[in-house]
Ligand binder design. Structure first.
Ligand code: CAA
Length: 389
């Protein structure tokens, strides 16, 4: 039987983080609200030299290392922190990676759902072209603003997935259910570099979409909670996924309850430390699960993608024989562990040092240059990127 899915997974996050207890104390809030009530312990902090492009390029480099580039036809980049209203961020990524020009480069937007749309486009593409590959990336810097309720749910990072026929990690099943409705839960006006959000309403919509799709999925496939080894969620913050999982756990026997609860914790481990990475978030949960706990080949995993505004999709995937040999857990843990801790003062300074939307030139602070790719500045209204030699 022909299978399409994920061949390799890459990850990138900025080299700086803030401890959520530090932020809670500064904001006069009980740290338990952030670490337990919301479920976030740390948050990656992006200096202005790290944006959706540089993080995407770093995640792409991570996934492509040691891979043959033969057959790579497309880069599809899901992002809601676009750096240009016209040019796709994927074009910059291709250039930073030094790829040949015979590669299509497109940006996909629908809030945190963008990378999932890109993934399904890629799956269709490779299902008709057995020797071709597509690189799908979700890359974002999540910004709500200083001293806002959303501040604790910020973050930054990118996940990349090499999509192919006969994949080595995960086969994606053709069983998805999806839905869209215009909802004002979260959006970002073009003038703003921060999102606007009706916070508690957004959590309610997320849960409503999940419940509806879970019912539709069960009707469509005849499957139930016991058929899954794990449930993965878009994680704007860890507690959000847990709230959705409870819908499934209501129907679970004791063994299923224990299994899904434990696997959820493993899947949320990276997100608790990195924060919301918007379009890559669901796939960071996937990476966290696969790198945090060995599972039997053939295990079925459910994935719930949600993008405000709002659109959602629920689908399943099965683990391939030998998938562990295609993962790099030490490298990714080192990336997270190796970040430098910043104080709240430093974070506030970095947050406010954002390339302006005016025509003026802008220079990024070299003190915070890190990672294989960086934005150097904006000159004559053009973004200037550089890569390590
Ligand atoms: N100790 C332990 N827990 C505590 C506590 C304490 N001292 N104080 C409060 N809590 C708990 C509360 O009981 C609550 O738990 P439950 O939700 O389980 O009841 C939790 O902490 C949060 O408390 P509040 O609801 O009072 O928090 P808040 O109003 O300050 O805001 C938020 C929370 C709405 C998530 C806000 O951070 C926000 O707006 N975030 C951005 C929007 C967002 O992430 N939405 C998610 C769905 S939309 C989406 O998924 C797309 C996307 O990526 C944005």
């Amino acid at each position: 039987m022909s299978e399409v899915g994920i061949e390799r997974i890459g990850f990138a996050t900025p080299g700086l983080y803030m401890d959520m207890k530090d932020l809670a104390r500064r904001r006069g809030i009980d740290p338990d609200k952030y670490t337990v009530g919301i479920g976030q312990s740390e948050q990656s902090v992006a200096p202005s030299s790290q944006d959706a492009v540089t993080l995407a390029a770093a995640a792409a480099k991570d996934a492509l290392e040691g891979e043959s580039l033969e057959g790579l036809d497309m880069i599809l980049l899901g992002t809601e922190s676009a750096v240009d209203a016209s040019r796709a961020a994927a074009v910059y990524v291709k250039e930073l990676l030094g790829l040949p020009d015979a590669v299509r480069c497109v940006e996909v937007k629908q809030a945190c759902y963008g990378a999932t749309a890109a993934l399904f486009w890629a799956l269709d593409y490779v299902s008709r072209r057995k020797d071709r590959k597509v690189l799908v990336i979700g890359s974002d810097v999540a910004r709500y603003g200083l001293n806002t309720p959303g501040e604790v749910t910020q973050g930054a990072g990118a996940v990349s997935m090499l999509v192919s026929y006969d994949p080595k990690i995960l086969a994606i099943e053709d069983d998805s259910v999806f839905m869209t409705a215009e909802v004002a839960d979260f959006w970002r006006p073009l003038y703003s570099n921060c999102a606007l959000v009706n916070g508690r309403y957004s959590t309610q919509i997320y849960l409503e979409f999940f419940s509806k799709l879970w019912e539709r999925y069960k009707q469509k496939t005849g499957k139930g909670a016991k058929d899954f080894e794990a449930f993965l969620f878009h994680l704007p913050f860890a507690k959000m996924g847990l709230k959705a999982l409870k819908e499934v756990l209501k129907e679970a026997d004791d063994a299923t309850f224990a299994r899904l609860s434990k696997r959820f914790e493993t899947s949320a481990a990276y997100s608790r430390r990195v924060g919301n990475i918007y379009s890559g978030s669901l796939y960071l949960s996937l990476l966290s699960l696969l790198e945090g706990q060995a599972m039997e080949p053939g295990s079925r995993i459910a994935l719930f993608s949600y993008g405000s505004g709002a659109e959602a999709e629920l689908f399943s995937a099965t683990l391939k024989e030998g998938y562990l040999s295609r993962l790099y857990p030490e490298r990714h843990l080192k990336m997270i562990e190796g970040r430098k801790r910043v104080t709240v003062d430093e974070y506030e300074h970095l947050f406010s040092d954002f390339p302006t939307s005016s025509p003026q030139d802008y220079a990024c602070d070299k003190k915070y240059f890190s990672g294989p790719f960086r934005l150097v500045g904006v000159k004559d209204q053009q973004r200037m990127y550089e890569a390590d030699e």
